[in-house]
Design a protein around this ligand. Structure first.
Ligand code: NAI
Ligand code: OAA
Length: 322
């Protein structure tokens, strides 16, 4: 006779749907599978392409020693009951463009795709990656109608990783020893917090002079454009995929990590009805809490200027779409 212990009910494997199987989406699929975090459904409008990428990733499974399922599809029904939906569908910018130049073309794609995805995964947590990031996250939140703790944008983890990289390169220390935090919108008005950047707990203000820190801050603000200018045909995707996978991991493994995440604010930092990067705890329920740091007057001012630019973009979109 079997007991419940003899025949445990198999737990459903976590599933992550990635909408948009381009460079960021497909690299993220690889990261998630190889970190053994979840099964992955890669969806794109281009026929055959996500299926081909999924097959390619499957053929690497035995070599990479994981056993995660990877499905490529053009059909939202295949994304059903995903725990997380990551939105990477849309156009990347080309040299000379700002992220905001993508607003019109990507808004339509993201709104439509978010509506389709939520219909099949009504309990999913959404992570938006498509640019312009903060506005796309706001529009996806509206399109899905889900609570604010279940929707967020990826930008701060990437921008902070870039800031940490430039600090590590400047000082010749291990990147893993550098911790940095970048808040605000994902654009020229982002707010790198130099006072919170440390090398194993030692503030960088003790290690670098103000002019050098300002140079590294400027390089961070320009980090995406620097890569777009070099690649020419699109933007960064390795580090963006890594940054997104860190968020996915913190949610699925309930790590409750404190990460800079684009979140819908309701009064935090004196800001309301806008999406902007702030420190959040990420766990199984999505955004568990938003941490309000004791920022200096100039940092708060910079955050508000950043939020104002996001608001203007949101208004511009609604104005042009009525
Ligand atoms: N938040 C961030 O820090 C970052 C944001 N990005 C943004 O992520 C987006 C994707 O970048 P890449 O992967 O490099 O671009 P990509 O061009 O390589 O991939 C985009 C994919 O979206 C697909 N797509 C377009 N319309 C679609 C629809 N309606 N439904 C499903 N799929 C659709 C395309 O067929 C393409 O495969 C861009 O907007 C880019 O600016 C990229 C890097 C970092
Ligand atoms: O720069 C871009 O267009 C892509 C992006 O957001 C980034 O790499 O930070």
């Amino acid at each position: 006779m079997s007991t419940p212990l003899d025949s445990p009910i198999p737990l459903p494997l976590p599933r992550v749907a990635i909408i948009g199987a381009g460079r960021v989406g497909s690299t993220l699929a690889q990261r998630i599978a190889e970190k053994n975090l979840a099964d992955v459904v890669l969806l794109d409008i281009v026929e055959g392409m996500p299926q081909g990428l999924a097959l390619d990733l499957l053929e690497a499974r035995g070599l990479e020693l994981h056993n995660r399922q990877i499905i490529g599809t053009n059909n939202y029904a295949d994304t059903s009951n995903s725990q997380i939906v990551v939105m990477t569908a849309g156009f990347p910018r080309k040299p000379g463009m700002s992220r905001d130049d993508l607003l019109k073309v990507n808004a339509k794609i993201v709104v439509e795709a978010a509506k389709q995805a939520i219909a099949y995964s009504p309990h999913a947590i959404f992570i938006v990656v498509t640019n312009p990031l903060d506005v796309m996250t706001y529009l996806a939140w509206q399109a899905t109608g889900i609570k604010r703790d279940r929707i967020m944008g990826m930008a701060g983890v990437l921008d902070s990783a870039r800031f940490a990289t430039f600090i590590a390169l400047e000082l010749g220390v291990l990147p893993a020893d550098v911790k940095a935090m970048v808040l605000g919108s994902h654009g020229d008005l982002m707010v790198p917090l130099s006072g919170y950047a440390t090398v194993n707990g030692v503030p960088i203000t003790e290690l670098l002079d103000p002019a050098t820190i300002e140079r590294l801050v400027e390089r961070t603000r320009n980090g995406g454009a620097e890569i777009v200018k070099l690649i020419q045909t699109g933007g960064a995707f390795f580090a963006p995929a890594s940054a997104t996978s860190v968020m996915v991991e913190s949610i699925l493994l309930n790590q409750s990590r404190l990460l800079p995440v684009a979140a819908y604010l309701q009064g935090e930092y004196g800001l309301d009805d806008v999406v902007i990067g702030v420190p959040c705890r990420l766990g199984l329920s999505g955004i568990e809490s938003i941490l309000e740091l004791n920022l200096s007057e100039s940092e708060i001012k910079a955050l508000h200027i950043s939020a104002q630019s996001v608001r203007q973009q949101i208004e511009q979109w609604y104005f042009s779409s009525v």
